[in-house]
Design a binder for this molecule. Structure first.
Ligand code: HXC
Ligand code: NAP
Length: 289
């Protein structure tokens, strides 16, 4: 029996934590928030759209009985980031974890992008993550408190990828930020880690990256060795572990959760999976000769 769709950590594992999740109103941010609340954390969800945030906050409050606060904040604006963290401290008296989850992305040949389109994605992904990390880090270091930053990147943060080049540049920067600060701020008790998810169905990603006409032809699970896309609970389980104290010695790590997808893309001979047994028999006879 497979347990990946079930909650993993024991009850109360996050009960002393105040967690800020950027982009927490939708998609994977919402799923992580739900699980953090179930584990006893208090969560601030933030993004640009207050109505979406309030709706999610009300839904998750009703579902989990947890404390969740919606704070509108465009992560590209440092003053709004300062205000979002100040509101977190005002409401809950502390902040223990930052989850850099907000992102912008769309597919396009790079030469079709305007400079503003490129800026828009890099600003949300990279500038947004370092603005939030900077403000959170200043707070923790000033208050002599430990902290924890978890950033959601992607596997093309290190491979790169055509057709999503601003996102690849931004995510590569977030990975560099994670590894750099893990070392520099370790002495303050601040840990920095990242998760690199493969395909996890969300409206935000699917509408922009796998639009309907492409979905039939290039179905995302075809590229995944384990033959399926990700389930939100298995990502939430990993995120909960990394924001909890169970992972206290994990620092500067990026954990891939993609069913082997990126390695399959990189493997020289991955294409041989298309061969059936009869073809292998024929090849073996031929080659042994
Ligand atoms: C080319 C585009 C475009 C497109 C926008 N632009 N969409 N160019 N192709 N599809 C251009 C616009 O023309 C404009 O440039 C500039 O980008 C800014 O557009 P705005 O609409 O004004 O920006 P904004 O309202 O800030 O919206 C940001 C956004 C939007 C990124 C464009 O998609 C958004 O809000 N995204 C948030 C959620 C999201 O992207 N989620 C997916 C994450 S998935 P000009 O020059 O015309 O002014 C992900 C997963 C990766 O990251 C891995 C998957 C396996
Ligand atoms: P999503 O639902 O579209 O999430 C993106 C979130 O970012 C939205 O809630 C959006 O809310 C917020 N956001 C965008 N611009 C913002 C800004 N300027 N300031 C503040 N918030 C902003 O997509 P998702 O699939 O859940 O993605 C979540 C994370 O997982 C992203 O980092 C993404 O790169 C990563 N990821 C996803 C997949 C996947 O398959 N789904 C794979 C790899 C990595 P507003 O519009 O309200 O601002």
């Amino acid at each position: 029996m497979s347990h990946f769709t079930e909650p993993m950590l024991r009850e109360g594992s996050l009960k002393d934590k105040v967690i800020v999740v950027t982009g927490g109103g939708t998609g994977l941010g919402k799923s992580m928030t739900r699980y953090f609340l179930q584990l006893g954390a208090k969560v601030v969800i933030s993004s640009r759209k207050p109505d979406v945030l309030e709706q999610t906050a009300a839904e998750l409050r009703a579902e989990t009985g947890g404390e969740v606060l919606a704070v509108a904040c465009d992560v590209r604006n440092y003053e709004q980031v300062e205000s979002m963290i100040a509101q977190t401290l005002g409401a809950f008296g502390q902040m223990n974890v930052l989850v850099n989850n907000a992102a912008g992305n769309f597919i396009s040949p790079t030469e079709r992008l305007s400079a503003r389109a490129f800026d828009t994605v890099v600003d949300i992904v990279l500038k947004g993550s370092y603005y939030c990390a900077l403000e959170a880090g200043k707070h923790w270091i000033g208050a002599k408190q430990p902290g924890n930053i978890l950033s959601i990147v992607t596997t093309y943060a290190w491979t790169g990828s055509g057709y999503v080049v601003p996102s690849a540049c931004g995510k590569a920067g977030v990975l560099a930020l994670t590894r750099s600060l893990a070392v520099e701020w370790g002495k303050y008790g601040i840990r920095c880690n990242a998760i690199a998810p493969g395909p996890f169905p969300t409206p935000g990603a699917w509408d922009r990256l796998f639009p309907e006409p492409l979905r039939k032809k290039f179905s995302p699970e075809m590229k995944v060795p384990v033959g399926r896309v990700g389930n939100h609970q298995e990502l939430a389980n990993l995120a909960a572990y990394l924001v909890s104290d169970f992972s206290a010695f994990v620092n500067g790590e990026v954990v891939t959760i993609d069913g082997g997808e990126w390695l399959k893309g990189a493997g020289e001979f991955s294409y041989l999976e298309a061969l059936d047994n009869a073809t292998w028999d024929m090849l073996a006879t031929m080659m042994k000769k």
